[in-house]
Ligand binder design. Sequence first.
Ligand code: BTN
Length: 264
Amino acid sequence: MDRIDRESVAPIIRTRCFGRHLVCLDATSSTNNVARAMALEGAPEGTLVLAEEQRAGRGRLGRRWLAPPGGCLLMSLLLRPPIPPSEAFALTILAGTATARAVERATGLPCQLKWPNDVLVRGRKMAGILCEMSATGDRLDWAVLGIGLNVNLDPALYPEIAATATSVSHELGRSLPRLLLLATLLDELEADYFRFLRDGLAAIRSEWRRRLATLGQWVSVEDGAHYGLAEDVDETGALLLRQSDGTLVRVTVGDAALEYPPGP
Ligand code: BTN
């Protein structure tokens, strides 16, 4: 098993900003908590927090993030983008797109996204992303991109995720060094982040849209509060659902679970 510690991680980092300020922990509550505390203390953009184990890993929508020690890449990246909070959705979009592309590049596995940014391989979740941020007035102070990527674990051993999750090793039939995935992930995240700051989101957003497995499917969001055909996403990243009565509803938060189409 490869170890996530400063001695092994520092030499594989090829990026100019992301990961240059590096914290590697054996165990912590959540790498997002550590990155957030560091943000408040003034840590620089690109600060990367990695851990072998999280005791209280958090997912989106207040869920738990299960990650057996050693089997996952658990990371949080601190960003300080000069954008207003109204554009923060861009970080969710670029984090999902860059992660999908990085996993595809490092493993050869085709990756899709479940709105907004779960990374799917053959319909099962391989990575999840939790973006947290703080703003003052019309400026973001900081954002933390927390990424959990299942690398070398057998989902069948964990009843909570057995039916819905997958991992790199499960899909490839062999294990892969987490450090290879980390280096590729940092490359893609950094490239997309600076591309976004320089040129805007258009190109990244169209790749995101292309990868969204959710589009064209009947889905329910928030335990059936909204149910409809996922027709498209709008400029802000919201999901547009065509309901059975023909009306269009715009969904900005939640999880899109696949459903059967309505009966005749
Ligand atoms: C989700 O799919 O719900 C998002 C999961 C995000 C998990 C990662 S693991 C590293 C970072 N630290 C956390 O506590 N959560 C994120």
